[in-house]
Design a protein around this ligand. Sequence first.
Ligand code: 9Z3
Length: 312
Amino acid sequence: MASGSWEEFFAVHLPPTDFEDNRSLLKEFCERHDHYGNKIVLVTSGGTTVPLEHNTVRFVDNFSAGTRGSASAEYFLEQGYAVIFMHRQKSLEPFTRHFSGQKMMDMLDIQERGPNTTITVKPDSVDVLAPILLRYKAAHGAGAVLYVTFTTVSDYLWLLRAACECLARCGPRAMLYLAAAVSDFHIPKDKVPTHKMQSESGPPVIQLHLVPKMLKPLVNLWVPAAYVVSFKLETDESLLIPKARAALDKYKHKMVVANMLQSRHHRVILVTPEASQEILLTREEVHAGVDIESAIVSEIARLHAEHARAPR
Ligand code: 9Z3
Protein backbone atom coordinates (compact mmCIF):
# COMPACT_ATOMS: atom_id res chain seq x y z
CA MET A 1 0.00 0.00 0.00
CA ALA A 2 1.71 3.18 -1.20
CA SER A 3 2.30 5.91 1.37
CA GLY A 4 -0.13 8.78 0.82
CA SER A 5 -2.44 6.60 -1.31
CA TRP A 6 -6.23 6.49 -0.98
CA GLU A 7 -6.01 2.89 0.25
CA GLU A 8 -3.72 4.00 3.06
CA PHE A 9 -6.04 6.88 3.89
CA PHE A 10 -8.97 4.55 4.52
CA ALA A 11 -6.77 2.07 6.39
CA VAL A 12 -5.54 4.76 8.80
CA HIS A 13 -8.52 7.10 9.22
CA LEU A 14 -11.59 5.78 11.03
CA PRO A 15 -15.08 6.28 9.58
CA PRO A 16 -17.29 8.92 11.24
CA THR A 17 -19.52 7.73 14.09
CA ASP A 18 -22.75 8.02 12.04
CA PHE A 19 -21.21 6.20 9.07
CA GLU A 20 -23.21 2.96 9.22
CA ASP A 21 -26.53 4.83 9.55
CA ASN A 22 -25.69 6.97 6.53
CA ARG A 23 -24.56 3.95 4.55
CA SER A 24 -27.92 2.24 5.15
CA LEU A 25 -29.79 5.38 4.09
CA LEU A 26 -27.70 5.68 0.92
CA LYS A 27 -28.19 2.01 0.08
CA GLU A 28 -31.97 2.15 0.50
CA PHE A 29 -32.22 5.39 -1.52
CA CYS A 30 -30.13 4.10 -4.43
CA GLU A 31 -31.87 0.71 -4.53
CA ARG A 32 -35.31 2.36 -4.57
CA HIS A 33 -34.51 4.83 -7.34
CA ASP A 34 -32.60 2.22 -9.34
CA HIS A 35 -35.65 -0.03 -9.14
CA TYR A 36 -37.77 2.70 -10.77
CA GLY A 37 -35.08 3.47 -13.36
CA ASN A 38 -34.76 7.07 -12.15
CA LYS A 39 -31.89 9.42 -12.88
CA ILE A 40 -29.93 9.99 -9.71
CA VAL A 41 -27.35 12.61 -8.79
CA LEU A 42 -24.95 12.93 -5.89
CA VAL A 43 -24.48 16.65 -5.18
CA THR A 44 -21.63 17.45 -2.78
CA SER A 45 -21.72 20.87 -1.18
CA GLY A 46 -19.87 23.12 1.27
CA GLY A 47 -16.37 23.10 2.68
CA THR A 48 -14.51 20.51 4.76
CA THR A 49 -12.63 21.08 8.00
CA VAL A 50 -9.16 19.85 8.95
CA PRO A 51 -9.10 19.35 12.72
CA LEU A 52 -5.96 20.43 14.57
CA GLU A 53 -6.82 18.30 17.64
CA HIS A 54 -8.68 14.98 18.03
CA ASN A 55 -10.85 16.59 20.71
CA THR A 56 -11.39 19.37 18.26
CA VAL A 57 -11.36 22.96 19.44
CA ARG A 58 -9.58 24.38 16.41
CA PHE A 59 -9.62 23.48 12.74
CA VAL A 60 -8.64 24.77 9.30
CA ASP A 61 -11.67 25.65 7.17
CA ASN A 62 -12.47 27.31 3.84
CA PHE A 63 -14.86 29.89 2.39
CA SER A 64 -17.57 27.68 0.88
CA ALA A 65 -21.10 28.38 2.12
CA GLY A 66 -22.76 25.70 -0.02
CA THR A 67 -24.57 28.18 -2.27
CA ARG A 68 -23.66 26.32 -5.46
CA GLY A 69 -24.55 22.88 -4.16
CA SER A 70 -27.81 23.79 -2.42
CA ALA A 71 -29.14 25.75 -5.42
CA SER A 72 -28.05 23.03 -7.85
CA ALA A 73 -29.86 20.34 -5.82
CA GLU A 74 -33.14 22.24 -6.32
CA TYR A 75 -32.62 22.45 -10.08
CA PHE A 76 -31.75 18.75 -10.31
CA LEU A 77 -35.03 17.94 -8.55
CA GLU A 78 -36.81 20.16 -11.07
CA GLN A 79 -35.13 18.16 -13.86
CA GLY A 80 -36.60 14.95 -12.45
CA TYR A 81 -33.51 13.63 -10.67
CA ALA A 82 -33.43 11.83 -7.36
CA VAL A 83 -30.88 13.84 -5.35
CA ILE A 84 -28.42 12.77 -2.69
CA PHE A 85 -27.49 16.07 -1.08
CA MET A 86 -24.19 15.40 0.70
CA HIS A 87 -23.31 18.58 2.50
CA ARG A 88 -21.23 20.13 5.22
CA GLN A 89 -23.21 20.26 8.44
CA LYS A 90 -24.73 23.74 8.95
CA SER A 91 -24.03 24.86 5.37
CA LEU A 92 -26.85 26.02 3.07
CA GLU A 93 -29.54 23.48 2.15
CA PRO A 94 -31.99 23.35 -0.75
CA PHE A 95 -35.22 25.30 -0.14
CA THR A 96 -34.29 26.71 3.29
CA ARG A 97 -31.38 28.56 1.62
CA HIS A 98 -33.95 31.16 0.48
CA PHE A 99 -34.70 32.12 4.08
CA SER A 100 -31.29 32.10 5.75
CA GLY A 101 -30.45 34.76 8.30
CA GLN A 102 -33.32 36.99 9.36
CA LYS A 103 -35.34 36.60 6.15
CA MET A 104 -37.80 34.11 7.65
CA MET A 105 -38.58 36.33 10.65
CA ASP A 106 -39.30 39.28 8.36
CA MET A 107 -41.88 37.22 6.47
CA LEU A 108 -43.99 36.53 9.54
CA ASP A 109 -46.64 38.46 11.46
CA ILE A 110 -47.70 37.77 15.03
CA GLN A 111 -51.06 38.53 16.69
CA GLU A 112 -50.47 38.26 20.41
CA ARG A 113 -53.61 36.97 22.10
CA GLY A 114 -52.21 35.00 25.04
CA PRO A 115 -52.97 31.29 24.60
CA ASN A 116 -54.66 32.07 21.24
CA THR A 117 -51.62 33.79 19.74
CA THR A 118 -51.36 33.25 16.00
CA ILE A 119 -48.47 33.55 13.60
CA THR A 120 -49.16 34.16 9.91
CA VAL A 121 -47.12 34.68 6.76
CA LYS A 122 -47.37 38.29 5.55
CA PRO A 123 -49.54 38.43 2.41
CA ASP A 124 -46.74 39.69 0.14
CA SER A 125 -44.40 36.97 1.45
CA VAL A 126 -46.87 34.21 0.54
CA ASP A 127 -45.98 34.80 -3.12
CA VAL A 128 -42.33 34.10 -2.28
CA LEU A 129 -42.83 31.27 0.19
CA ALA A 130 -45.63 29.30 -1.52
CA PRO A 131 -43.78 28.10 -4.64
CA ILE A 132 -40.72 27.13 -2.61
CA LEU A 133 -42.80 25.34 0.01
CA LEU A 134 -44.70 23.48 -2.71
CA ARG A 135 -41.47 22.29 -4.34
CA TYR A 136 -40.09 21.29 -0.94
CA LYS A 137 -43.22 19.28 -0.05
CA ALA A 138 -43.28 17.62 -3.47
CA ALA A 139 -39.61 16.57 -3.27
CA HIS A 140 -39.90 15.23 0.27
CA GLY A 141 -43.31 13.66 -0.30
CA ALA A 142 -41.93 11.73 -3.28
CA GLY A 143 -38.83 10.62 -1.34
CA ALA A 144 -36.77 12.26 -4.09
CA VAL A 145 -34.11 13.78 -1.85
CA LEU A 146 -31.75 12.37 0.78
CA TYR A 147 -29.60 14.58 3.02
CA VAL A 148 -26.33 13.29 4.46
CA THR A 149 -23.75 15.43 6.24
CA PHE A 150 -20.01 15.63 6.80
CA THR A 151 -17.74 17.99 8.67
CA THR A 152 -14.09 16.95 8.32
CA VAL A 153 -12.29 16.02 5.13
CA SER A 154 -12.02 12.47 6.43
CA ASP A 155 -15.81 12.25 7.03
CA TYR A 156 -16.31 13.58 3.50
CA LEU A 157 -14.09 10.95 1.89
CA TRP A 158 -15.68 8.06 3.79
CA LEU A 159 -19.14 9.22 2.81
CA LEU A 160 -18.14 9.87 -0.80
CA ARG A 161 -16.83 6.32 -1.24
CA ALA A 162 -19.92 4.82 0.43
CA ALA A 163 -22.24 6.88 -1.79
CA CYS A 164 -20.31 5.78 -4.88
CA GLU A 165 -20.52 2.11 -3.90
CA CYS A 166 -24.30 2.46 -3.64
CA LEU A 167 -24.60 4.48 -6.87
CA ALA A 168 -22.60 1.97 -8.92
CA ARG A 169 -25.72 -0.16 -9.44
CA CYS A 170 -27.40 2.77 -11.29
CA GLY A 171 -24.76 2.67 -14.06
CA PRO A 172 -24.94 5.56 -16.54
CA ARG A 173 -28.13 6.93 -14.93
CA ALA A 174 -25.97 8.10 -12.01
CA MET A 175 -24.29 11.48 -11.97
CA LEU A 176 -21.71 12.86 -9.56
CA TYR A 177 -21.71 16.65 -9.22
CA LEU A 178 -18.76 17.33 -6.95
CA ALA A 179 -19.25 20.98 -5.97
CA ALA A 180 -17.94 20.72 -2.39
CA ALA A 181 -14.77 22.66 -1.64
CA VAL A 182 -12.68 19.78 -0.34
CA SER A 183 -9.42 20.54 1.38
CA ASP A 184 -6.33 19.51 -0.59
CA PHE A 185 -4.39 19.36 2.67
CA HIS A 186 -4.84 17.60 5.98
CA ILE A 187 -2.95 16.39 9.03
CA PRO A 188 -2.62 12.59 9.13
CA LYS A 189 -4.26 10.99 12.16
CA ASP A 190 -1.01 10.02 13.92
CA LYS A 191 0.25 13.63 13.75
CA VAL A 192 -2.86 15.17 15.36
CA PRO A 193 -2.59 15.79 19.14
CA THR A 194 -5.36 14.34 21.30
CA HIS A 195 -6.04 17.41 23.41
CA LYS A 196 -6.37 21.14 22.88
CA MET A 197 -3.03 22.71 22.01
CA GLN A 198 -1.64 24.80 24.85
CA SER A 199 -0.20 28.25 24.24
CA GLU A 200 2.33 27.64 27.06
CA SER A 201 4.00 25.16 24.71
CA GLY A 202 4.88 28.05 22.37
CA PRO A 203 3.73 28.70 18.80
CA PRO A 204 2.72 25.40 17.15
CA VAL A 205 4.45 24.30 13.97
CA ILE A 206 1.79 22.58 11.86
CA GLN A 207 2.71 20.62 8.76
CA LEU A 208 -0.11 19.86 6.37
CA HIS A 209 0.10 16.80 4.10
CA LEU A 210 -1.59 16.22 0.76
CA VAL A 211 -5.01 14.57 0.78
CA PRO A 212 -4.90 11.66 -1.70
CA LYS A 213 -6.77 12.38 -4.94
CA MET A 214 -9.96 10.35 -4.87
CA LEU A 215 -11.11 11.22 -8.39
CA LYS A 216 -8.90 8.49 -9.83
CA PRO A 217 -10.36 5.50 -7.94
CA LEU A 218 -13.79 7.12 -8.13
CA VAL A 219 -13.79 7.22 -11.94
CA ASN A 220 -11.91 3.97 -12.51
CA LEU A 221 -13.18 1.72 -9.74
CA TRP A 222 -16.10 3.02 -7.72
CA VAL A 223 -18.57 4.35 -10.34
CA PRO A 224 -17.03 3.58 -13.76
CA ALA A 225 -20.29 4.05 -15.73
CA ALA A 226 -21.45 7.27 -14.03
CA TYR A 227 -21.41 10.78 -15.47
CA VAL A 228 -18.78 12.49 -13.31
CA VAL A 229 -18.58 16.29 -13.06
CA SER A 230 -15.85 17.83 -10.90
CA PHE A 231 -15.32 21.50 -10.07
CA LYS A 232 -12.18 23.57 -10.34
CA LEU A 233 -11.76 26.72 -8.33
CA GLU A 234 -8.94 29.19 -8.94
CA THR A 235 -8.11 32.77 -8.02
CA ASP A 236 -5.65 33.28 -10.89
CA GLU A 237 -7.56 33.34 -14.21
CA SER A 238 -4.52 32.20 -16.23
CA LEU A 239 -4.56 28.84 -14.40
CA LEU A 240 -8.28 28.15 -14.67
CA ILE A 241 -8.73 26.48 -18.06
CA PRO A 242 -5.29 24.81 -18.18
CA LYS A 243 -5.94 23.20 -14.79
CA ALA A 244 -9.47 22.15 -15.75
CA ARG A 245 -8.10 20.51 -18.94
CA ALA A 246 -5.27 18.88 -16.99
CA ALA A 247 -7.83 17.34 -14.60
CA LEU A 248 -9.86 15.96 -17.53
CA ASP A 249 -6.70 14.49 -19.11
CA LYS A 250 -5.63 12.94 -15.86
CA TYR A 251 -8.88 11.51 -14.56
CA LYS A 252 -10.74 10.94 -17.83
CA HIS A 253 -14.09 12.00 -16.43
CA LYS A 254 -16.80 13.87 -18.29
CA MET A 255 -16.67 17.52 -17.26
CA VAL A 256 -14.97 20.13 -15.13
CA VAL A 257 -16.97 23.17 -14.09
CA ALA A 258 -14.33 25.89 -13.87
CA ASN A 259 -14.94 28.98 -11.75
CA MET A 260 -13.07 31.88 -10.21
CA LEU A 261 -13.53 32.66 -6.53
CA GLN A 262 -14.46 36.27 -7.22
CA SER A 263 -16.99 35.72 -10.02
CA ARG A 264 -18.31 32.23 -9.20
CA HIS A 265 -21.92 33.34 -8.74
CA HIS A 266 -22.25 34.87 -12.21
CA ARG A 267 -19.69 33.10 -14.41
CA VAL A 268 -18.61 29.49 -14.92
CA ILE A 269 -17.07 27.58 -17.81
CA LEU A 270 -18.21 24.05 -18.58
CA VAL A 271 -15.11 22.26 -19.83
CA THR A 272 -15.46 18.87 -21.55
CA PRO A 273 -12.82 16.89 -23.49
CA GLU A 274 -14.38 18.20 -26.73
CA ALA A 275 -15.33 21.82 -25.94
CA SER A 276 -15.70 24.60 -23.45
CA GLN A 277 -18.79 26.69 -22.90
CA GLU A 278 -19.09 29.83 -20.82
CA ILE A 279 -22.22 30.53 -18.80
CA LEU A 280 -22.46 34.18 -17.87
CA LEU A 281 -25.30 36.00 -16.12
CA THR A 282 -26.06 39.55 -17.24
CA ARG A 283 -26.05 42.38 -14.72
CA GLU A 284 -29.87 42.46 -14.95
CA GLU A 285 -30.10 38.73 -14.24
CA VAL A 286 -27.84 39.08 -11.21
CA HIS A 287 -30.01 41.95 -9.90
CA ALA A 288 -33.18 39.95 -10.52
CA GLY A 289 -31.74 37.18 -8.35
CA VAL A 290 -31.38 34.60 -11.14
CA ASP A 291 -29.40 31.56 -10.00
CA ILE A 292 -26.59 30.63 -12.39
CA GLU A 293 -27.11 27.03 -11.22
CA SER A 294 -30.35 26.88 -13.22
CA ALA A 295 -28.40 27.18 -16.50
CA ILE A 296 -25.51 24.99 -15.28
CA VAL A 297 -27.83 22.16 -14.26
CA SER A 298 -30.00 22.24 -17.37
CA GLU A 299 -26.96 22.03 -19.66
CA ILE A 300 -25.34 19.26 -17.62
CA ALA A 301 -28.62 17.32 -17.45
CA ARG A 302 -28.83 17.55 -21.25
CA LEU A 303 -25.30 16.17 -21.68
CA HIS A 304 -25.96 13.48 -19.09
CA ALA A 305 -29.05 12.32 -21.01
CA GLU A 306 -26.88 11.93 -24.14
CA HIS A 307 -24.36 9.93 -22.10
CA ALA A 308 -27.05 7.68 -20.61
CA ARG A 309 -28.53 7.03 -24.09
CA ALA A 310 -25.18 6.22 -25.74
CA PRO A 311 -24.67 2.56 -26.66
CA ARG A 312 -21.93 0.90 -24.65
C1 9Z3 B 1 -16.36 24.79 -6.57
O1 9Z3 B 1 -15.58 25.23 -7.36
C2 9Z3 B 1 -17.68 25.46 -6.24
O2 9Z3 B 1 -18.22 26.06 -7.37
C3 9Z3 B 1 -17.52 26.52 -5.12
C4 9Z3 B 1 -18.89 27.10 -4.79
C5 9Z3 B 1 -16.93 25.85 -3.86
C6 9Z3 B 1 -16.60 27.64 -5.59
P1 9Z3 B 1 -20.07 28.27 -2.74
O3 9Z3 B 1 -20.17 27.02 -1.92
O4 9Z3 B 1 -18.82 28.04 -3.76
O5 9Z3 B 1 -21.27 28.52 -3.59
O6 9Z3 B 1 -19.68 29.45 -1.90
N1 9Z3 B 1 -16.09 23.63 -5.90
C7 9Z3 B 1 -14.86 22.88 -5.99
C8 9Z3 B 1 -13.75 23.63 -5.38
C9 9Z3 B 1 -12.54 22.82 -5.10
O7 9Z3 B 1 -12.14 22.79 -3.97
N2 9Z3 B 1 -11.91 22.18 -6.05
C10 9Z3 B 1 -10.59 21.64 -5.80
C11 9Z3 B 1 -9.71 22.17 -6.90
O8 9Z3 B 1 -10.13 23.13 -7.56
C12 9Z3 B 1 -10.56 20.17 -5.64
S1 9Z3 B 1 -11.67 19.26 -6.61
O9 9Z3 B 1 -8.59 21.71 -7.06
